[in-house]
Design a protein around this ligand. Sequence first.
Ligand code: C2G
Length: 129
Amino acid sequence: MRKVITYGTFDLLHYGHINLLKRAKDLGDYLVVALSTDEFNLNSKNKKCYFSYEERKKMLESIRFVDLVIPEENWEQKASDVKEFKIDTFVMGDDWAGKFDFLKEYCDVVYLPRTPEISTTQIKQDLKK
Ligand code: C2G
C-alpha cells in the first residue's frame, strides 16, 4: 500500500484544496493529511482561521479520498511523521517548491501546481466587498 502525506491549514475549504488532495491521493492508496492546529497557525504561520481545528478536521475527514487527519503542531514534525506513518510520498502545492527537499532522504517529494485564481485570502477579500 503506497502512503501519501500532505500538510496544510485548509481553512474555508475550497476547490483548490480539493484539487490538491485529489491529486495527492492519486499518487498512492492512502492519504494522510497533517492539519495545522489553531495554535500552530496563530503562533507560527500568522494565520487566524475562520474555522477551528475540529471543524476543519471534520470537513477533511468527510472527503472520500482523505484516509486520516493528524495534527500539524510545528515545522519540525515532518520527518518523524514520514517515518511513523511509513509514508512513500510527500506532496505539497508548488508554492512550497524546494522547501521540503530534505525529506527526499525518507520518501519521494512531489510539488503539484496550485489551482490558480482561488485562495482562502481571496475568498475573504471578495466577501468584504
Ligand atoms: N493549494 C492549491 N491551490 C490553491 C490553494 C492551496 O494547490 N489555490 C494547496 C497549497 O499549495 C497546499 C494545500 O493546498 O499544498 C493547503 O493550502 P493551505 O491550507 O494554504 O496550506 P499552507 O498554509 O500553505 O500550509 O507545513 C506546511 C504548511 O502547513 C502548509
